[in-house]
Design a protein around this ligand. Structure first.
Ligand code: PGA
Length: 251
């Protein structure tokens, strides 16, 4: 039985001071009636303060980063390494978010290196895949997403794959208020699971968690989480509002 996994993605929002205030407010109200796994993926500059605050108020929320480079150290001005995140006891790292792909030109090959680097040091990657609107409208979304998946997980050790989280995020649904219908999202998540089964066997396909992301809000979380192949959500905008994020956790 897969445990639901709700992860927030703050993107480039919240100074460390704002982040601490947010976590304190969340902490007062935090109830996790679904006993799901919860994480918040924050800007690098927030990680240390957030980890301390979460420890002080003793709530079970894991912390993730939103990106990293794949090399361990060296002349890569402006980058942050897996080792640096591990040293801060970060649990998760988002790789291949569509904003990284579209704005910063990240290709599947780079995402693949990042997934391998995350596993190499014991970070759990949340790997994003998803099609844009023109691909969806052309009717080739499934083919595109499955190919993206295959390229991003190429050569990953079988022993690691079940601790990968895959986030299916149709680009046209991110930050737009448009959500894929739960049925459409479920069909895609089912196709992703089938591909994992073809590559790694049914046991792993049954274990791996596949999140849906793209305008997840309190009013659609219940329906999405009820789908057979959707095991959680990657939440952008709504993860920065305490009450909305809590409502999604308690969908
Ligand atoms: P959104 O973002 O929930 O604001 O659509 C989701 C994401 O980009 O991960």
């Amino acid at each position: 039985m897969r445990k639901i996994f709700i992860a927030g993605n703050w993107k480039m929002n919240m100074t460390h001071l704002e982040a601490v205030d947010f976590i304190k407010d969340l902490g007062y109200k935090f109830k996790n009636k679904n006993d799901c796994d919860v994480a918040i993926c924050v800007p690098f500059t927030d990680i240390e303060s957030i980890k301390k605050t979460i420890k002080n108020i003793n709530i079970d929320i894991k912390v993730g980063a939103q990106n990293m480079f794949y090399e361990e150290a060296g002349a890569f001005t402006g980058e942050v390494s897996p080792k640096m995140l591990k040293a801060l006891s970060v649990d998760y790292v988002i790789v291949g978010h569509s904003e990284r792909r579209e704005i910063f030109g990240e290709k599947n090959e780079v995402v693949n290196k990042k997934v391998k680097a995350a596993f190499g040091i014991g970070l759990k990657p949340i790997m994003c895949i998803g099609e844009n609107l023109s691909i969806r409208e052309s009717g080739n979304a499934e083919e595109f997403v499955i190919e993206q998946l295959a390229e991003c997980i190429r050569g990953i050790d079988k022993k690691n794959i079940s601790s990968l989280t895959i986030a299916y995020e149709p680009i046209w649904a991110i930050g737009t208020g448009k959500t894929a219908t739960p049925e459409d999202a479920n069909v895609m998540c089912g196709a992703i699971r089938k591909k994992i089964g073809d590559l790694f066997g049914n046991k792993i396909a049954e274990e791996i968690r596949i999140q849906y992301g793209g305008s997840v809000k309190p009013n659609n979380a219940t329906e999405l989480m009820a789908m057979t192949d959707i095991d959680g959500a990657l939440v952008g905008g709504a993860s920065m509002k305490v009450d909305d994020f809590l409502a999604i956790i308690n969908y």
